[in-house]
Design a protein. Structure first.
Length: 95
């Protein structure tokens, strides 16, 4: 799985660009962990289990993550990539 990180102007948001299709829809938003929980894909529920994640959005080749300000990006990114690898790929490679 290839990925590229893109930080936004908001220091609490990041986009992880991926070489795999996450959805067929233009954009899907999960504004908090219990938002549409019954319709959340398993990988979204697993990402929400990571400490500090406050909202998630997905497009076909990108996942947007918003964190709580006091949480560390290094841990969130590391754990998010582990979840994605577990669900979609045999390994990760940063591009």
């Amino acid at each position: 799985m290839l990925y590229q990180l893109e930080f936004s102007e908001n220091p609490n948001e990041i986009c992880v660009h991926l070489d795999l299709e996450l959805t067929k829809k233009r954009i899907v938003s999960y504004e908090y962990p219990d938002h549409n929980k019954r319709r959340q894909p398993e990988f979204i529920r697993d990402i929400f289990s990571i400490d500090g994640i406050s909202s998630i959005g997905i497009t076909p080749y990108c996942i947007f993550i918003e964190r709580g300000q006091v949480f560390d990006w290094d841990e969130i990114i590391k754990n998010t990539l582990l979840v994605l690898e577990m669900h979609f790929a045999q390994g990760t490679e940063k591009i």
